[in-house]
Design a protein around this ligand. Structure first.
Ligand code: E4P
Length: 214
């Protein structure tokens, strides 16, 4: 299973990289706005720092605008994946980029049929948003199960990238379902490492070691 970091923060990227936990990064306009400064330099720095796919999102609404932006964003590195919203124009852009051999991540996916359309268009990744669905009383992980089944039924090569992850259970369920990738916020990634029994056991070992050395 691939782990992407859902962030535009370079410190978080460096830390996850040092732990060997990061196969790539996903950004979006909101995450970049949290960092402030010049978004172009930030995107370039992220692409240099990451040894793996980096999703950079277009903001244009027409396919023409998205394709133009994709050309611009691709210049930041060989590892750029163009993130495209799940709209009718977005599918045209996805198909055009697919024909040009450009990798895409179709984002803001909230239904299995949207995922199927994105796969038909030739998306490299689809990003279903589980946390936002849970937030309105739907079952986000059920969407992942349905997309996995559809892609397996027809051998679509499009990867299921679980997005909008809120807690470790989302990651566990994504792994059990067989999602290809999870894009995880740094806070959740840190929680995956922790266990209260690890902390308790370590405190005991340290206390006993101190006793031995008095
Ligand atoms: C990832 O590619 C998405 O942009 C991200 O997971 C969105 O998550 P959010 O619901 O926390 O904004």
């Amino acid at each position: 299973m691939e782990f992407f970091l859902d962030t535009a923060n370079l410190d978080e990227i460096r830390r996850a990289n040092a732990q060997g936990l990061m196969d790539g990064v996903t950004t979006n306009p909101t995450l970049l706005s949290h960092e402030g400064g010049d978004w172009r330099s930030q995107m370039e720095a992220i692409c240099q720092e990451v040894d793996g796919p980096v999703s950079l999102e277009v903001v244009g609404e027409s396919a023409e605008e998205m394709i133009r932006e994709a050309e611009d964003l691709s210049a930041f590195g060989d590892n750029v994946v163009i993130k495209i919203p799940m709209t009718s124009e977005g599918l045209v852009a996805t198909r055009t980029l697919y024909r040009k051999g450009v990798q895409t991540n179709v984002t803001l996916v909230f239904s299995p049929l949207q995922a199927l359309m994105a796969a038909k268009a030739g998306a490299t990744y689809v990003s279903p948003f589980v946390g936002r669905l849970d937030g309105i009383g739907h079952d986000g992980m059920e969407l992942i199960r349905q997309i996995r089944t559809i892609f397996d039924n027809y051998d679509f090569p499009t990867k299921v990238l679980v997005a909008s992850i809120r807690h470790p259970m989302h990651v566990l369920e994504a792994a059990l379902i067989g999602a290809d990738t999870a894009t995880v916020p740094f806070k959740v990634l840190s929680e995956l490492v922790k266990h209260p029994l690890t902390d308790k056991g370590l405190a005991q070992f340290n206390a006993d070691w101190d006793k031995l050395n008095k």
